[in-house]
Design a protein. Structure first.
Length: 350
């Protein structure tokens, strides 16, 4: 009996039932070769220099068109295409030092991405060890963040800024909001990693204040870009998160929405889901969704930036796909934690 239940015929019968109510069998890729004796193992190295059939790999970069007017400014947001990693999909551009990917491949991915952003003579990439905080690091020549082994971060924090030329400041994301800032007068730049905790700590708003104190920046001279991040369409949170935001921001109610998921099985066979609970006491209800991108845009406005100088890449990391159907970005939530990292970088030419 057990053998029959696991047979192709039995599985096909179940699929036919699901298809009858508008569902289909999941197409999620299995993690073949990623696990051994209960432990996740590293994937084999993959060449970065060539793509399928020997074609040249091109690092995926999303740029800010409005920033082309300043030739000294270098910035970009990475996608997951155009790398040499095989851990999360063949030929992907993982830029994070994750346990599943080969460190040498990640270093090559980073070098290729930096060259794609900065050209033939790229500056040194400086990153931080992020931990969802409001901590901001000021990078100068004696800060100890430069010339690190393998380019790995030393300092902890979730925001960094500098007025040194020839550097690229970078933050890693895989759903959280990356925010890049540039002072068009003093040429100071900053990068912030804003998850919901960092947003609650007002890391971006505080970052603008730090630039004003440190570099004499004026809000009217600042330009900002908000990169790819999980959208309100896909970012469900708990009631406690809404409470925290409403205790901090007067406009918090506008950041949240209630979303009811459609369940074709429940809609077609409602009697199967009846319970003895009194009305209003069922565990079935709307999801609370948070617009984290808008929350950070509002912080920039509150810090004094002009709305027209805030560029937003309106793409959700969890659901945006290429025309081929392939995911364009890494998403920690959509891929249940098994995913790579993107980099968002900004700097000035030396």
């Amino acid at each position: 009996m057990k053998d029959w239940l696991e047979s192709p015929e039995a599985i096909g019968a179940v699929d036919a039932i699901l298809a009858g109510v508008g569902l289909e069998h999941g197409k999620r890729t299995t993690r073949t070769g990623s696990w051994k004796d209960g432990y996740r193992i590293k994937q084999p190295k993959s060449s970065l220099s060539a793509g399928p059939n020997g074609s040249k790999r091109v690092a995926g970069v999303v740029r800010v068109p409005d920033w082309d007017r300043w030739p000294w400014l270098q910035a970009g947001f990475s996608t997951r295409q155009g790398g040499g990693s095989a851990a999360y999909g063949e030929g992907e551009q993982n830029l994070g030092w994750t346990g599943e990917d080969d460190a040498k491949t990640v270093a090559e991915n980073r070098a290729r991405f930096v060259r794609a952003v900065s050209g033939k003579n790229p500056g040194e990439l400086v990153t931080i060890r992020q931990f969802h905080s409001g901590m901001i690091r000021v990078i100068d020549a004696e800060h100890g963040a430069l010339s690190t082994k393998e380019g790995k971060a030393v300092l902890r924090g979730d925001g960094l800024m500098t007025d040194l030329s020839g550097l690229l400041l970078g933050v890693q994301t895989a759903d959280c909001v990356p925010v890049l800032l540039a002072d068009t007068r003093t040429r100071a730049v900053a990068a912030f990693h804003a998850g919901w905790r960092g947003t609650l700590a007002r890391i971006v708003e505080r970052g603008v204040g730090t630039m004003r104190l440190r570099y004499g920046s004026r809000p009217k001279d600042l330009v900002a870009a908000i990169g790819p991040a999980i959208g309100a369409c896909c970012f469900a949170v708990g009631e406690e998160v809404r409470f925290e935001f409403e205790s901090q921001f007067a406009y918090a109610p506008t950041l949240f929405s209630e979303v009811y998921d459609s369940d074709p099985v429940r809609e077609k066979y409602p009697l199967l889901f009846l319970t003895a609970r009194a009305p209003g006491h069922s565990n079935i209800g709307p999801q609370i969704h948070l617009d984290l991108v808008e929350a950070n845009r509002r912080q920039l406005l509150d810090a004094g930036l002009v709305n027209s100088k805030i560029s937003v890449v309106s793409e959700c990391t969890a659901c945006t796909r290429l025309k081929s159907g392939v995911r364009k970005y890494f998403s920690h939530r959509a891929e249940h934690g098994y995913t790579g990292r993107m980099l968002s970088v900004i700097g000035t030419k030396g």
